[in-house]
Each structure stands twice: as structure tokens, then as C-alpha cells.
Design a protein around this ligand. Structure first.
Ligand SMILES: Nc1ncnc2c1ncn2[C@@H]1O[C@H](COP(=O)(O)OP(=O)(O)OP(=O)(O)O)[C@@H](O)[C@H]1O
Ligand SMILES: [Mg+2]
Length: 299
């Protein structure tokens, strides 16, 4: 066999071998990629089956120390975050409905009594006073709910401008004084003459101080004392509100900033509180890059 003949034969063999080789490569490649992507399929199926009702479910994490393991772990962490947000939201809705039900049903029964007639003028007047008080309570509650719902939605609606904290505090003190006088509580304030300027929202700050003063008056027996002070330290505004009231037990201290939390449901309900004041206060403080703390003991 001459050299050219051998070369020719070799070329023919190559041409004949090419199609089966190509087919083998394609099939092999497909098989390998299917195998490699099977865990991804499993993750996809599992993710597909998770809905808002089954957010507590988790994806299986393959123990492969590769991207797939990282992906499943990341997805699981995301699910955990979503789960806790959804739970917080449903809890919030449930608590809010519960709080709204009481005043609305009181308004309703009082109005029904009045509509059925046979009441004296004095009794009608009393009914109206009760309805008015409950309606005011409801609208205060709705205001607080609205603020917190907006806060959750990420739109705080707060101004960012240079504002004098002492002006906001004085406004809150004026409002607080009316509450204090009604309960014969002595409200004293120690404020410097010079302005305490911060970047923030004056009206929100007034609301913040009023929440604290309102609590100090509300959870204080008649004849008690409330002291408010404003100072600056290290370029920060420092406001303190202290009272000679009921105090808060050590176990309760960690809950006071929780939404809808009240130390004594029955007592505070009678005083018109929904347990939203301090959670709103904390939110306002956080939006001003500040911190809020409480120290107390029972009595
Ligand atoms: N100064 C205080 N002294 C004693 N207990 C307090 C004081 N401030 C708050 N608390 C307790 O913490 C709870 C939560 O306070 P918060 O202001 O959040 O709600 P509230 O006063 O019950 O209702 P709201 O402020 O929504 O009208 C109160 O119910 C009360 O038990
Ligand atoms: Mg309050």
C-alpha cells in the first residue's frame, strides 16, 4: 500500500467515524447536563410548591459544598424572612381588628339603646358622651394604625429639615399639661433657653414627646409627679421623661415597645390605650437615627 493510499483510507475512516462520535458527544453531554441540573430541578419544584400558606416549608439543602448548596441556603433564608414578615403582618391585622371591635361594638350598643327610645334627656346626653368618647378613641387608634402601616410600607412621610427639638417638646408639654391638670399631676420641665437643632420632623418629634408624657400621666396615680428634661451631650439631643407612677416590672420592660402590648390589658384598655404609643415612639426615634431606652421598676 502506497503512502497516499493509506492517507486516503485514513481520511475515509475519519469521515465515517465523525457522525457516531458527534452523536455520542451530544448524548453524553445531554446526559451529564441532565444529571448536573437534576438538583436544580428539584429546587425549582420545591420552590414552585411553596405558597403564602406554606412559607414555613424549607427547601432540601444538598450537601455538596457548591453553588447549589449556597443557592438553597440563600433561598431558605429568604423564605424565613418572608415568613416572619407575613406572620407579623397577619398578627398586626388580627390585633388591629380586635382593638377596633371593642369601641365599635360599644358605639353600636349605646346607639341602639338610644334609638329604641324611652330614655330621659339626661340619659340621651350620657349616651352621646359615651359615643363621642368611643368615636374619639377609635379615630386615635386609626391614626396610630395608619402611621405604623405607612412605616411598614417604607413611606414615612417625615420631613428632613432643621428643626428645634425644644419647640416640639414645649408644644407636647402644653398638650400634656392639660392631661396632667385633669389628674392633678405635677408636670415640671427643665429646658435650656438655647435651641436644640436637629435634622428631622418637628411634628413627629412633638408626637413622640406627647406619647411619653401621656404615658407618664396615664400610668400615674392622682397627685403624682412627671419630670421632663432636655439637654445636649456630645452633639446629641437628650430628652428624658420620668414619673413617680406605677412603674414597669423587669419582665415587662422588654415588651413595652412591642405593638399592642400593655402591661395590664384591662386597666390600660379602660384608660383608652391600644398599646401602640411606644412602638410608634420607637419608630419616630429610629427615623431620626436616635435611640430610645427605658429603665423602671414596679412601683
Ligand atoms: N410611664 C409608664 N409607667 C408605667 N407603665 C408604662 C409607662 N409607659 C408605658 N407603660 C406600659 O407600657 C404599655 C405600652 O405603652 P404604650 O404607650 O405603647 O401603649 P398604651 O399607653 O397602652 O396605649 P396608647 O399609647 O396606644 O394609647 C402600657 O400599656 C403600660 O402598661
Ligand atoms: Mg401610651
Amino acid at each position: 500500500m502506497s503512502f497516499t493510499e493509506a492517507l486516503h483510507r485514513f481520511r475515509v475512516m475519519l469521515w465515517l467515524a465523525l457522525p457516531p462520535l458527534l452523536i455520542a458527544a451530544a448524548v453524553g453531554g445531554y446526559w451529564i447536563s441532565r444529571r448536573a441540573l437534576r438538583p436544580v430541578d428539584r429546587i425549582t419544584d420545591a420552590a414552585e410548591s411553596i405558597s403564602i400558606r406554606s412559607l414555613a416549608d424549607r427547601l432540601d439543602v444538598p450537601n455538596t459544598a457548591d453553588e447549589l448548596q449556597r443557592l438553597s441556603e440563600t433561598l431558605n433564608r429568604m423564605l424565613a424572612r418572608l415568613n416572619s414578615s407575613v406572620q407579623r403582618m397577619s398578627q398586626f391585622t388580627a390585633d388591629a381588628s380586635h382593638e377596633l371591635r371593642a369601641p365599635v361594638s360599644l358605639i353600636r350598643t349605646t346607639a341602639e339603646l338610644a334609638v329604641h327610645g324611652g330614655r330621659t334627656n339626661g340619659e340621651y346626653h350620657e349616651d352621646m358622651v359615651q359615643i363621642l368618647a368611643e368615636a374619639e378613641r377609635t379615630s386615635r387608634l386609626i391614626d396610630s394604625l395608619l402611621i405604623l402601616a405607612r412605616a411598614d410600607a417604607g413611606e414615612d412621610g417625615l420631613q428632613r429639615e432643621l428643626t428645634d427639638v425644644s419647640v416640639s417638646l414645649r408644644q407636647a408639654l402644653d398638650q400634656g399639661r392639660k392631661l396632667a391638670v385633669e389628674k392633678n399631676i405635677e408636670l415640671t420641665a427643665s429646658l435650656d433657653k438655647q435651641p436644640v437643632v436637629v435634622l428631622g420632623d418637628g411634628d413627629a418629634l412633638r408626637r413622640l414627646f406627647l406619647i411619653l408624657i401621656d404615658n407618664s400621666v396615664k400610668y400615674n396615680p392622682a397627685g403624682g409627679r412627671v419630670q421632663v428634661a432636655l439637654s445636649t451631650s456630645n452633639g446629641q439631643a437628650l430628652c428624658s421623661v420620668s414619673d413617680s407612677g406605677l412603674g414597669i416590672s423587669k419582665e415587662d420592660l422588654e415588651h413595652v415597645f412591642d405593638r399592642f402590648w400593655r402591661a395590664d390589658k384591662v386597666r390600660s384598655r379602660g384608660m383608652g390605650g391600644a398599646g401602640l404609643g411606644l412602638s410608634t415612639a420607637r419608630w419616630i426615634v429610629q427615623r431620626h437615627s436616635g435611640t430610645i431606652d427605658v429603665t423602671s421598676e414596679l412601683g
